[in-house]
Design a protein around this ligand. Structure first.
Ligand SMILES: *Cc1c(COP(=O)(O)O)cnc(C)c1O
Length: 364
C-alpha cells in the first residue's frame, strides 16, 4: 500500500504460450513458418521469450530496438525487422536484424554496402504490394528486376524471399485468390534468378484465417503474426472465426478507482467543448452511480478501445488521465483503492504497452 501505481497491464504468459503453441502448430502442419511479432506489446522481452518457447521460428518487430532487446534477453531464434528499413538505420538493421523486409533499391544498395563493411551477409524479404497500398513494389516487372539486381549486383545481400502485407492500410482481405498473386509472382522471381526462394511470406494475423480454413495457396510458407497471438478475439470479431483453443485473457488493463459517487448523467451548466475540443452528446439518464478511475487516453488511446470486464460497468467517457465509469448496475463492491479491469483492443494494447506510467505485471 502507498507506493505509486498507475494503470497495470496484467500479462498472462501461460495464455500467450497456449496461443503461440496453437498458432505455431497449425502453421507448421500447413508447411508454414511463424514469425511471432512483439511490437504490439512494445517488444516485451518476457513475451518474446514465451513466443520462442511456444514454437515460433522468428521473432519480429517493426522497431529494431525491440529486436535488440529480444536478443539481449536470450531469444535465440532469428530476428526479423518488419518495417522496411530507413536508409538512416542500415547500420543497425545489419547488426540487429537477421532478416528484414525491404521495398527500395537505394536502401538495398546501402544495406549491401553496410553488410560488406560489417563482413556479414544480410537476408532480405522483398515486399510486393498486391493491393493494400502500404509498402512494396507495385509494378511486377520492376519488382522482378529489383530482385534480379539484388541477386546479381549486391554480393552481401541474400534474397531469402518475397512477401506481402494486406489488411493494414487498405483493409484488403487475404483471400486465397489474392494470395495466389504473391505465389505467382514468386514463381516469376524464381524463374528470373534461377533458384528457389526460401521464404514466401503471406501476411499477418489476417492471413492466418487461410490456415484455419485450410485454403492457403500452395507456396506460401511464412506468416508474421502479432495481434492474433495476444488478442485472438480478432479472428471472431473481424473474420467470424471462433478459435476456442485460444485464450482471450493474455493482456488485461487495470486501473485504480479514485472516487465513487452518485452524480447526474447530464453535465450541469452551459456546454461548450470537452478536453479535446470536441462537442460530445450527453444523454440524461438521471442520477446514477459512477466511478472515476486513474488512467485515461494517455494510457490507452481511445475509450472505445477498452472494454470493462465486469458486467454492469460501462465506460462513459475519458480525458487524458481519467476514465469515467457508470457502475449503477455493477454488483461488485467498488470503492477508492479498488481496481477495475478492461480487455484491450490492439490500439489500446499498443498505446498502453508504450505508455510511461503503465506498468506490467506477469502471471505465469
Ligand atoms: C505489424 C506487422 C505484422 C503483424 O501484424 P499483426 O496484424 O499484428 O499480426 C506483420 N507484418 C508487418 C509488415 C507488420 O508491420
Amino acid at each position: 500500500m502507498g507506493s505509486s501505481r498507475g494503470p497495470v497491464i496484467e500479462i498472462r504468459l501461460g495464455s500467450l504460450l497456449q496461443n503461440v503453441s496453437f498458432t505455431a502448430e497449425k502453421c507448421h502442419q500447413a508447411g508454414i513458418s511463424l514469425a511471432g511479432v512483439v511490437k504490439g506489446m512494445a517488444g516485451d522481452t518476457r513475451c518474446a521469450l514465451t513466443i520462442e518457447k511456444g514454437g515460433a521460428d522468428y521473432i519480429a518487430s517493426s522497431r529494431l530496438c525491440e529486436l535488440r532487446d529480444a536478443k539481449q534477453a536470450g531469444v535465440r531464434i532469428p530476428t526479423m525487422s518488419l518495417r522496411v528499413s530507413m536508409i538512416s538505420e542500415v547500420t543497425d538493421v545489419v547488426k540487429d536484424a537477421d532478416y528484414s523486409l525491404e521495398s527500395d533499391l537505394e536502401v538495398l544498395k546501402a544495406l549491401n554496402a553496410e553488410a560488406v563493411k560489417q563482413g556479414l551477409t544480410h537476408n532480405v524479404i522483398l515486399m510486393k504490394d498486391i493491393g493494400d497500398l502500404r509498402e512494396g513494389w507495385w509494378e511486377e516487372d520492376e519488382f522482378i528486376s529489383a530482385a534480379l539486381y539484388c541477386e546479381r549486383e549486391l554480393p552481401a545481400i541474400h534474397v531469402a524471399g518475397i512477401g506481402t502485407n494486406v489488411g493494414c492500410y487498405g483493409s484488403v482481405v487475404p483471400t486465397c485468390e489474392k494470395l495466389k498473386e504473391l505465389t505467382d509472382c514468386a514463381e516469376k522471381v524464381e524463374g528470373a534468378i534461377g533458384r528457389k526462394l526460401e521464404i514466401i511470406s503471406g501476411g499477418a494475423s489476417s492471413s492466418f484465417v487461410r490456415v484455419l480454413d485450410g485454403d492457403m495457396p500452395e507456396g506460401i510458407n511464412n506468416l508474421r503474426i502479432g495481434e492474433g497471438l495476444f488478442l485472438p478475439m480478432l479472428y471472431e470479431n473481424a473474420y467470424a472465426h471462433k478459435v476456442p483453443q485460444m485464450k482471450q485473457d493474455v493482456a488485461v488493463l487495470s486501473m485504480e478507482i479514485l472516487e465513487v459517487r452518485d452524480k447526474p448523467t447530464y453535465p450541469v451548466g452551459e456546454l461548450g467543448v470537452d478536453a479535446f475540443s470536441h462537442k460530445p452528446v450527453y444523454v440524461d439518464r438521471g442520477i446514477r452511480k459512477r466511478a472515476l478511475a486513474a488512467g485515461g487516453r494517455a494510457d490507452y488511446g481511445f475509450p472505445d478501445e477498452i472494454i470493462p470486464l465486469d458486467e454492469g460497468i460501462s465506460l462513459i467517457g475519458a480525458s487524458s488521465d481519467h476514465t469515467i465509469l457508470d457502475i449503477e448496475d455493477c454488483t461488485r463492491d467498488l470503492k477508492p483503492g479498488g481496481r477495475v479491469s478492461f480487455y484491450m483492443n490492439y490500439l489500446a494494447m499498443l498505446t498502453a504497452a508504450g505508455a510511461r506510467d503503465v506498468s506490467r505485471e506477469y502471471i505465469e
